[in-house]
Design a protein around this ligand. Sequence first.
Ligand SMILES: [Fe+2]
Length: 242
Amino acid sequence: MSTTTTTTRGQLDLPGQTHVADGPLDHTGMYVMHHAFRRDLAAFASAAHRTPVGETAVWEALVARWGRFASTLHHHHTAEDELYWPVLAGAVAERGTPADAAEVRAMSEEHEGIDPLISACADAFRAMADHPCDAHRHAVEIRVAGLREVLDAHLRHEETVVLPLVQRVMTPAEFDGVEKAIGRSYKAGDIGFVVGWALHRLPQEGRDRMFAMAGPAYRVLHLVVRRRFERREATAFRYAEG
Ligand SMILES: [Fe+2]
């Protein structure tokens, strides 16, 4: 696991990332998303442990922030299942092996197992906000830890096996088509949050790449949404470490 941000033959290597998939296809967008999911779950785990029982407004903010996390993760997985893995499966059929095909199928199967864990966390945060007590806090901690373990394993699998597979079998044109389709799949109303969220606490190398890839409009949008994002973040994670 890396602790600093470096590049290896052009790919990002962000904190928490388990592998750098060398090759011609730029995985910046994927690594930035994975960094944000890991960062969020660490913050939620810390907030669940440290937020005082009586801080009703903070627990309500955590309920709302969990909703944002959940919808962003759900969108990421849905976009992969509908727009990315089918194209990868086609590339594997032409240029890969039966073992590669099994790895692609495993990605969607793992996503199915993650959805109920996300819902269980949402229910636990809701219960804590409605009826604050130590038992409900414990339930939040256990649910978040459970999701974190499963999501970590999934992200590791994707980074160590599937992203190198992408480098091996996908053409630049196929990859570019997937990136563009996923870019178009975001709802207009979600883009402001996702920009603030993706860049939050992202090491400078990652920010520079996102700005270079996404163009000047992305940088301007970030300037617009950043303050509001950070203000809400400070409320929800007021007691979280880090
Ligand atoms: Fe992913």
